[in-house]
Design a protein around this ligand. Structure first.
Ligand SMILES: NC(=O)c1ccc[n+]([C@@H]2O[C@H](COP(=O)([O-])OP(=O)(O)OC[C@H]3O[C@@H](n4cnc5c(N)ncnc54)[C@H](O)[C@@H]3O)[C@@H](O)[C@H]2O)c1
Ligand SMILES: [Zn+2]
Length: 340
């Protein structure tokens, strides 16, 4: 698949570890996390990757600074590419480092989690979290290529598979009713399912089309990929980036945002229940945690990057498989849909 951005054009290939290894330039420095290191094929592990502690708490300004220092100490030059080998945390962090080190070095993505394969590795957004909010520092940076080792999914823990499925389900809900229907009638529960590759390709194709049409989020189209994320990101921050995986937080976010849509008369009635059931059938949470008070999460939602005025901004469903950005949702409507 070729992705065409204004930022640059690159190939996304779905293959296996063996081919991925042969595609990486010898002059590259690999960066991975402490969990992925354990499952790397020997040929890749032998390339002496820089290892970042696993977990969202590493996707910070501070870790990025330390990574830049390590690279400089290792003698990294502008000619040496950086390769992110890991999930979305590594992809976002290493991409951020690649975009800022020496004002930019070539960047390659090797996504190893389902979530990174279908979402974070494609689209050119990289960045880190700030204590004040999620993904608040970052840049648009096209990779040289995205090489997906499909067999990496064999070692992915089940909970991480489920987390990635939240984004897969999101694609269905925002623009591919046939995919949402298919997952509703037969959940995709593990990578051995023969549909896995095809469904991953459908997600990437969807994201590529959206990104090509609205790369810098000006028309509202790209914002549809953010369905579930206004609430989801707030849950992640509220849970100190450790209580909920990204996919788990956005699963809850998708249910709450479907109910917000119903509350303001934008989303047809009944869709919230259907979304909740679809997520539950994939082992995902679908209810706001009891302790998550609306008043505590409201300031976090106000910091969302989609906000333009004084109201809240949400990408909401205007049908099963259809989504649109709303930038004028009043907090009172959100409060009513909060714990249901
Ligand atoms: N840039 C974007 O457009 C974009 C889009 C969506 C999400 N994201 C970001 O992606 C991040 C979430 O990504 P994630 O869910 O991949 O998280 P992650 O990178 O933390 O990976 C999840 C866990 O799975 C482990 N893992 C990954 N691949 C493995 C494998 N093959 N075998 C065994 N273990 C493996 C990791 O070590 C980690 O413990 C969040 O920071 C989110 O904000 C970015
Ligand atoms: Zn996401």
């Amino acid at each position: 698949m070729t992705i065409r951005h204004h930022l640059g054009q690159y190939e996304v290939t779905v293959s296996e570890w063996g081919q991925v290894h042969s595609l990486l330039p010898d002059s590259a420095t690999l960066v991975t996390d402490s969990n992925v290191l354990e499952v790397l094929p020997r040929a890749i592990a032998e390339r002496n990757p820089i290892v970042i502690p696993a977990g969202e708490n590493s996707k910070t300004w501070k870790t990025a600074g330390r990574l830049l220092d390590t690279l400089i100490e290792r003698g990294h030059t502008r000619k040496n590419p950086l390769v992110a080998v890991g999930g979305g945390m590594i992809g976002d962090l290493v991409g951020f480092a690649a975009g800022t080190l020496l004002r930019g070095v070539p960047f390659f993505q090797v996504p190893t989690s389902l979530l990174a394969m279908v979402d974070s590795s494609v689209g050119g957004k990289v960045g880190v979290d700030l204590p004040t909010g999620k993904n608040l520092a970052g840049l648009f940076l096209a990779p040289q290529s995205v090489s997906i080792p499909l067999d990496a999914l064999k070692t992915l823990p089940e909970a991480e598979w489920r987390s990635g499925m939240a984004e897969v389900i999101k694609y269905g809900l925002i623009g591919q009713a046939d995919l949402a229907d298919e997952l509703e009638s037969a959940p995709l529960l593990n990578p051995e399912d023969p549909r896995t590759k095809n469904i991953i390709v459908r997600c990437i194709t969807h994201k590529a089309r959206v990104v090509e049409e609205d790369e810098f989020e000006t028309s509202g189209l790209r914002a549809t990929l953010n369905f579930g994320h206004t609430v989801g990101h707030a849950i992640e921050v509220w849970g100190n980036y450790s209580d909920y995986r990204h996919g788990e937080a956005i699963a809850i976010g998708m249910v709450v945002e479907a109910r917000i849509g119903e509350q303001i008369g934008f989303t047809p009635r009944g869709i919230g229940d259907r979304v909740a059931a679809l997520l539950a059938s994939h082992g995902l949470p679908n209810e706001m945690p009891k302790e998550a008070r609306f008043e505590d999460l409201l300031p976090l939602m106000r910091r969302d990057k989609k906000v333009v005025g004084t109201d809240l901004a949400f990408s909401l469903l205007n049908g099963w498989g259809a989504c649109k950005l709303n930038t004028n949702v009043e907090a009172s409507a959100v409060a009513l849909a909060w714990h249901r």
